[in-house]
Design a protein around this ligand. Structure first.
Ligand code: PBG
Length: 344
């Protein structure tokens, strides 16, 4: 079509609102935008979740394009890459063969289970990277719940005993940080006491303190194989997405019980919670950009609907602005690579 030649800005009358404040001044040039920037994203802010599986082949996660379940050897290689890019820590999640699942989640406290072997292998090859292991029974139970179940009820205190055993085998395998994601009451205190008693006084605890019953975990449950099994939902232990004050009470309890760091999960829909937690407690506060958030960004990007690189970086800087000290993100390696190239 032909542009109308008589319509252009050349002849606009000069106008001046006489403003005393012009916020756009600071945004005029790149140097100035960089100078006034309030928060920065660095590799130090990243925790990289990795899925591991038995055998030697990588198996793609359908709803997480670009993410695969890795063999132990491949996980070691990825950990080496992460360490070389200054990513401080990785978080391990096992896909468990359905044949190894039972009502008690017994495989969780097998000291030779997949996560324990992966932890040993990674700590042997890449001792400088922090290894975070997840404490919850869902990869191991036949019903897919994070705790033990009787008559359709997820039991609390009985589950805590099992979670303590799980934490101990992980610590013995060399995990640096135990991360209880189960949301049972009193588990942080019980795990702390057991770690101390068994000589793991320096093993840290990162508590999934405010973990919501969320639809955004869907792809993760596929990745670890707990979706096929899951009976019902997790609303009797994970938090109601409608609640914010309750998150502060959960964080207060976990800190009281000995958590060294706390986490809010999911991430983007809960930035208000991240902010409130950081403001209220001023402790190391992390957010988990979960599988469904990754799937939304990466899925839309692969369709050509959004600029994936920009959306990835924008989502991560938003966590920093909200007050997070770091983010668990499946984008960690990609972001760290970009940071290294100085292309932010
Ligand atoms: C297990 C656990 C879950 C996630 C981390 N640990 C799933 C769940 O609670 O059902 C979700 C992570 C993600 O979606 O990326 N308790």
């Amino acid at each position: 079509f032909e542009r109308r030649k008589d319509v252009h800005t050349d002849n606009l009358p000069v106008s001046d609102l006489g403003l005393s404040k012009r916020p756009r001044r600071n945004r005029r040039a790149d140097w100035s935008r960089r100078l006034v920037r309030e928060v920065e994203l660095t590799a130090n802010d990243l925790i990289w979740p990795l899925f591991v599986i038995e055998g030697d082949s990588e198996i793609a996660v359908d709803a997480m394009p670009g993410v695969s379940r890795l063999s132990i050897q491949a996980a070691v290689r990825e950990a080496e890459k992460a360490a070389a890019l200054d990513i401080p820590a990785i978080a391990l999640f096992p896909y468990t063969d359905p044949l190894l699942r039972d009502e008690l989640g017994s495989e969780a406290h097998n000291s030779r289970n997949l996560v324990c072997r992966a932890t040993r292998a990674i700590k042997a090859a890449v001792p400088e990277i922090g290894v975070i292991t997840d404490v919850a029974l869902d990869p191991y139970t036949s019903h897919g719940h994070d705790g033990l179940m009787r008559d359709g009820v997820v039991l609390n205190d009985e589950s805590v005993a099992a979670l303590v055993e799980q934490a101990l085998v992980q610590a013995a395998a060399g995990a640096d940080v135990i991360a209880p994601s189960d949301m049972m009451d009193g588990r942080v205190a019980a795990i702390r006491a057991a770690l101390d008693r068994e000589g793991f006084r320096d093993v840290q605890i990162m508590a999934y303190a405010a973990k919501y019953a969320s639809a955004f975990y869907g792809p993760f449950r596929d990745a670890v194989g707990s979706n096929v099994a899951l009976v019902g939902d997790k609303r009797t232990y994970q938090m109601d997405p409608a609640n914010g004050d309750e998150a502060l009470r959960e964080v207060a309890l976990d800190l009281d019980e000995g958590a060294d760091m706390v986490m809010v999960k999911p991430g983007m829909p809960y930035l208000d919670v991240v902010h409130r937690v950081k403001e209220a407690f001023r402790v190391p506060t992390f957010a988990y950009q979960v599988s469904g958030e990754y799937a939304m960004i990466e899925g839309a990007a692969r369709q050509g609907w959004i600029d994936g690189e920009k959306a990835m970086l924008e989502s991560l800087i938003a966590f920093k602005r909200a007050g997070a000290d770091g983010v668990l993100t499946y984008f960690a390696l990609r972001v760290a690579q970009r940071l290294k190239q100085g292309r932010l």
